[in-house]
Design a protein around this ligand. Structure first.
Ligand code: MN
Length: 137
């Protein structure tokens, strides 16, 4: 069974790129563009990990991380936060809220996939998947 990753990203291009790269590396992906749909989708889809953009319309990614941590059915799911506005204080806030790991945009494929593999406990075997360039955040 492929591991399942919930990809939360409101930017259409980034969302597609995250999903394409994950699928090319053998993951099953469910994309979510709207922060309001994150928790219901997570409860239904039961992902092995979440890639979470912190800047979402109407909802703060930090609040979503806290909501995962507060939900008995979701708190075990590790979250990889992704943000374009990376101050040192931001990273501390994101980790303090309960995110397992953190990447600053623009995200490159190799560190992204390494972070996802570590997130869901997959081995560090190098992928044969083709590499494509990521667009900037
Ligand atoms: Mn965003």
């Amino acid at each position: 069974m492929p591991k399942r990753i919930l990809v939360v990203e409101d930017n259409d291009l980034n969302r597609k790129l995250f999903c394409d790269v994950l699928k090319a590396n053998g993951y099953e992906v469910v994309p979510v563009a709207d922060g309001d749909n994150v928790l219901p989708t997570a409860r239904k889809f039961r992902p092995d990990g979440v890639v979470l953009d912190i800047q979402l319309p109407n909802v703060s990614g930090l609040d979503l991380i806290a909501a995962f941590a507060a939900d008995r059915s979701l708190r075990h799911i590790p979250i990889l936060a992704v943000t374009a506005y990376a101050g040192k204080g931001d990273e501390e806030k994101i980790r303090a809220a309960g995110a397992r790991d953190y990447l600053a945009k623009p995200v490159s494929i190799a560190p992204f996939m390494a972070a996802v593999r570590a997130l869901v406990g997959d081995g560090a075997a190098a992928s044969d998947a083709p590499r494509a360039g990521f667009a900037p955040a």
